[in-house]
Design a protein around this ligand. Structure first.
Ligand code: ADE
Length: 402
């Protein structure tokens, strides 16, 4: 491909494209302390997108935080494009001795990178562009989804019934979740972690699944995580919690839990401890709030069947699923032909400028961004100590989708 010379340094982006928002949000724009200002002012020479090192991604804000790492909004200093960068501390003997869960997260990050790079393009699934590493950390550089978590919009939604969505809106989002899950299942991947926090909205308001740290490729015999559960069990199927064999059906159970949550403000089984929640998922009957429609209750009874032999086999009964009355207002043809312009999302996120990350919780975006890429980052090029982790998508993929 002919190398197009572009003058799109970060400095240029901030000073020209975002001039209006810069004026009104002067205090919001935090320039990272470990980022050399001379780099900002220097006109970055053009470099093909498939030729990037960690320091080419400038941390802008924190978007989220998990037990072992943060997700940052970062900006490519050559093109000005924004990405979400998920970081994870590498194992050290010290951490390993103190915390065996960390080892599981490391294994999962490596698996997450493998799974994400095996997923073919789908509008409801986050894309990966790079997987990088330095001496201290792993970094997944993902498509930035600027509308924030569906959960954030759910807590902002308020009507007479509390923080809940209208049933038609729930049908809209759950149809997009189902499209993403079905795509994964066709590729032999079980998602395993469907919950509102992992559902983001893109700038148009369409739903995108992120966080594949718990996903599993069926046939991956090295995976021990079905017997070792970390994180919240609220949306997990009873067979996972019991340590039994399981497959794609666990995702349809979780979809039932998320539908219930969007309609009522909480998942169907709650409690004060993981053990209490787990016990209810395994043993208790579901109680539906009085205002759930008959269609919603019928669909949920089918998805939330504890007996896997009686649960809705959505993958093999896709037509029956789509034509369930709960989804009667969903335009499945537009979804299946990926003709998203025919769909009208219930919420269009307010995005003054994507760099402001205004749809992400202040709890995260107000965090200091030091601790991004290690200041003395020594990026291993070769040999790759975690063999096969590092990855770069093709120029055409990066240019097409970012
Ligand atoms: N949080 C986790 N993944 C994300 C992404 N891809 N975009 C925005 N925020 C995220």
């Amino acid at each position: 491909m002919a190398a197009r010379r572009r003058k799109s340094s970060v400095y240029r982006r901030l000073s020209i494209k975002s001039i209006s928002s810069l004026h009104s949000h002067t205090l919001e724009l935090v320039i990272p302390s470990d980022f050399g200002r001379e780099d900002l002012e220097e006109e970055a020479a053009y470099k093909e997108p498939n030729n990037r090192v960690l320091k080419d991604f400038i941390p802008i804000k924190v978007l989220g935080q998990g037990a072992y790492g943060k997700v940052y909004l970062v900006q490519d200093k050559y093109t000005g494009k924004l990405f979400a960068q998920k970081q994870l501390q590498k194992p050290t003997i010290e951490i390993h001795q103190k915390d065996e869960n960390h080892t599981k997260y490391v294994k999962r990050t490596i698996l997450e990178r493998q799974i994400l790079t095996n997923i073919t393009h789908h509008p409801n699934i986050v894309k990966i562009f790079y997987a990088l590493q330095d001496d201290d950390k792993f970094y997944l550089i993902l498509e930035y989804i600027p509308g924030g978590e569906l959960f954030h919009h759910l807590t902002a939604a308020s009507n007479t019934l509390g923080n809940v969505f209208k049933e038609d809106d729930v049908a809209f989002y759950s149809a997009q979740m189902a499209m993403g899950l079905r795509h994964l299942h066709k590729l032999g991947i079980v998602y395993r972690d469907l919950k509102p926090e992992n559902c983001l909205l893109n700038s148009a308001g369409h739903l995108v699944l992120t966080d594949f740290g718990l996903s599993k490729s069926i046939g991956n015999s090295h995976d021990d995580s079905c017997t070792s559960i970390i994180g919240t069990p609220e949306y997990m199927a009873p067979e996972i919690l019991k340590g039994e064999e399981y497959d794609y059906l666990v995702d349809w159970w979780s979809l039932g839990c998320v539908i219930f949550d969007m309609m009522s403000g909480k998942p169907p089984f709650t409690g004060n401890s993981h053990k209490a929640i787990q016990d209810k998922i395994i043993k208790n009957k579901i109680n539906f709030p009085f205002y759930f429609s008959l269609d919603a209750k019928d669909l949920l009874n089918k998805l939330l069947n504890k007996n896997i032999n009686k649960r809705f086999q959505v993958d093999s009964n896709w037509e029956r699923f789509k034509t369930h009355r709960f989804f009667r207002k969903v335009n499945w043809n537009a979804l299946e032909s990926q003709n998203y312009s025919l769909l009208t999302p219930p919420i269009v996120p307010v995005i003054t400028d994507p760099i402001l990350a205004e749809n992400f919780s202040e709890e995260f975006t107000s965090l200091p961004i030091d601790g991004g890429v290690s200041i003395n980052s020594n990026q291993n090029t070769s040999p790759d100590p975690f063999k096969g982790f590092s990855y770069t998508a093709s120029n055409s993929y990066i240019e097409k989708f970012c």
